[in-house]
Design a protein around this ligand. Sequence first.
Ligand SMILES: Cc1cc2nc3c(=O)[nH]c(=O)nc-3n(C[C@H](O)[C@H](O)[C@H](O)COP(=O)(O)OP(=O)(O)OC[C@H]3O[C@@H](n4cnc5c(N)ncnc54)[C@H](O)[C@@H]3O)c2cc1C
Length: 411
Amino acid sequence: MPPFEPLTRSDALDAWREFLPKVPLYASTRNAVQPGHSNVSRLGACIRFRTLLEDEVIRDTLERHAFGAAEKWLQEICWRRYWKGWLEARPAIWTRWRQRVRTLRMELPAERLARADAVAAGASGVACMDSMARELMETGYLHNHARMWWASFWIHVEQLPWELGADFFFRHLLDADPASNTLSWRWVAGLHTPGKSYLVRLSNIEKYASHYLAGDATGSERLADGSVVTTVPEDIDPVAVQPLRQAPASFTPSSKSFGIWLHPDDLVPEVGPLAGLSPTSIAACFSERIYRETFQLSSRRIAGLKVVLRDALERASAHFGCATLELEADDPADALCSWAVENKLSEVVALAPMVGPVHDMLARLERLLEAAGIRLTLLRRPSDATAFSFVTAGFFPFWEKMRRHLNEVYI
Ligand SMILES: Cc1cc2nc3c(=O)[nH]c(=O)nc-3n(C[C@H](O)[C@H](O)[C@H](O)COP(=O)(O)OP(=O)(O)OC[C@H]3O[C@@H](n4cnc5c(N)ncnc54)[C@H](O)[C@@H]3O)c2cc1C
């Protein structure tokens, strides 16, 4: 089955052009979960891997529509940046989540683990939830509302650890994002906004997604309104806020021999701070072993990652007119360092990876490059830096600042 969502930049741009006229309808239609999902954009994977930039989406939206008519859409586009900024300042949430997934898999009583596996396999006995689990595994996509219902079912009805549910989503969603996924699961659990958790209600599914219930309502009494109560799990520890890593917005090479490192946190090098550079070589590294063994990603997810990386390398080759290299290695940091040494690079430049799998190997890459006398410069897009500086509390104070900012820049 082909990927459900557009992945390459050209697919992303086509899908976005098709969706753009529908933006004013988004606020009133987006909550309905319809087969085919034509009322939402399905641009999640392109935005997550940045084969389409939020900046492009915002610019096109405001060129075509009035701010008021597009506000709900713009808010949702900016939710991801809010989550990104939140996690950048609290990287321990990501590392602890990964550790907890490993520990729970070893320490959870066998009967709870078996139940978790059954629910994730679409065999919980609640037909509508099982249908959502199968849809996720078969297509790599779930509508936002279905993600909320299913996560709430997992946490508050099945009383399973949120970390394992988030891991199931991370392994299958084509748009799986370390920030949006982990933090949305924490929000459903009640760990993001104290005193607030998201409780699934049958009447809500009946109203917005009756097709999940049609023909088979088995087990849906477990979701009856008022019967689901919060089970806020104990958070391990409050997470300390860290100052954001300083990252310049532009790069002036100190010699002619520098390379660009491309990675799946930002795959449009031809737009933004890297665009005007003349690198000697460009490399992207893919570690199938890490994705398969450490993260246990589905085959569809791994195939999707390969598609977005290859697409970015092809575009980079055309734009920069230099050699591009796709590295496949068990140790990406080591492979990237060897590439830099073999190409006699004195510097490597990249858009700064954000907290998540690529970021996890950054410290090692920096050490290896430094030992080889090669400087690594990580840039941040100015619009990310601005958005992250607005992330001080909840989403709505963030949105107030973002709304003012967008009005100043685009209107
Ligand atoms: C439990 C749970 C897990 C989630 N995991 C992810 C994830 O791994 N990756 C991910 O990108 N989103 C995640 N989301 C947020 C949201 O569900 C998806 O972004 C959205 O459903 C993607 O589909 P779409 O592109 O058709 O959305 P549309 O409704 O068309 O939205 C357009 C874009 O806006 C952004 N967006 C919309 N809603 C949200 C939101 N609530 N939070 C953050 N960004 C949003 C996304 O980039 C999305 O592509 C999760 C939500 C929940 C409740």
